[in-house]
Design a protein around this ligand. Sequence first.
Ligand code: PLP
Length: 433
Amino acid sequence: MGATATTAPEQLWREAQQLIPGGVNSPVRAFKSVGGEPVFIERAEGAWLESIDGRKFVDLIGAWGPMILGHAHPGIVAAVNAAAAKGFAFGAPTSAEVRMARTIADLVPSIEMVRLVNSGTEATMSALRLARAYTGRDKIIKFSGCYHGHADFLLVRAGSGVATLGLPDSPGVPASVTANTLVADFNDEESVRVLFQEHGADIAGLIVEPVVGNSGTVAPAPGFLEFLREITRAHGALLIFDEVMTGFRVSLGGAQGRFGVLPDLTCLGKIVGGGVPVGAYGGRSDIMSLVAPAGPMYQAGTMSGNPLATAAGLAALEALRAPGVYERLEVTSAAIEAGFREAAASTGVPVVINRVGSMMTVFFTRESVTGWPSADRCDRAAYGAFFHAMLARGVYLPPAQFEACFVSLAHGEMEIDIIRKAAKESFEEVAKR
Ligand code: PLP
């Protein structure tokens, strides 16, 4: 008999592993890096997740970023229901797509024209095809510890999920496909300079997570994004911000809004879909005009601009435009950070906490974490112990050291208190190991 909502979690997990590779539809969900079995979620509301066996958790993942307004936000639920009643997909233009494009162009400082796709992976893959089409060059630069989705040519030293599984690169990616992917180190200007000196005339674009989320949270050093802007411009290469995580997260205008550095192209995902699958890439009109059918660079999608997705995305972006939203998120996030910091200090567990707005990571290390090499030296086993101690006390952290916690607008005083208390007891447990 197949699994039902009343199946015991252990049985469901066995069945999942027989039917789905590793039991999950995206690797990091499987708890491989922290050990143990994943929790099956039945529903979520506000800042809370509920498992199929009725356990409740304060959620600090927010579906890996999209749920900045909290789960099952009434405005988004109503918008999706209203859109569903009018039909799920037409494969023809809709007014909502135009409203969505207008909203994105209004909010993201460097975007004049935008194309909707279905995921962050599609957004980065398409933006880099466009950079190559625009410049007529083949090489690209990415940073170690930055993840830009699972397109073959970007699966090189890609941080988070890939690193967690101990796969330096994925089998199945031919060396010829990554031959034009050059890798520098985040926050290390010299590593970028060297690549431009050697390959400057062949570099189509440089793609970066302007605040890294996929090594855990890492902020750009002062001047680093400005440096990337200057060096790409000097060599005629495009600067591409992968704002799949940071877009509408670290400010309403994303990282470019927060730090005032404008890329040529921007990739979006997660929040832009309000929890429904959406991605987008956009930028200067002269570059975007190369995309088919306006221009010759081919890129398409049956479900792109889907009515349910645009309804959810528009409702989310509208809610985020309300005054005071990001100030409130900052206050809540700072309180959670302080809770972690005080709890760690009182138990003597050495940690470094990196936070940019509502993205943060507790690194189990004594040294500052400024990029992949320092992130990689963290004590993953200590993180695993902390993760399980927190989970047992009803707080759901990312199940891997190299990920960001995402705070939502639904987190309030009660959730902050629960996190603080759980953190104190959990650090005590880690200290006793
Ligand atoms: N870019 C960044 C910075 C991401 O964090 C992710 C996913 O986590 C992606 C791209 C890929 O997005 P998706 O998982 O929607 O394909």
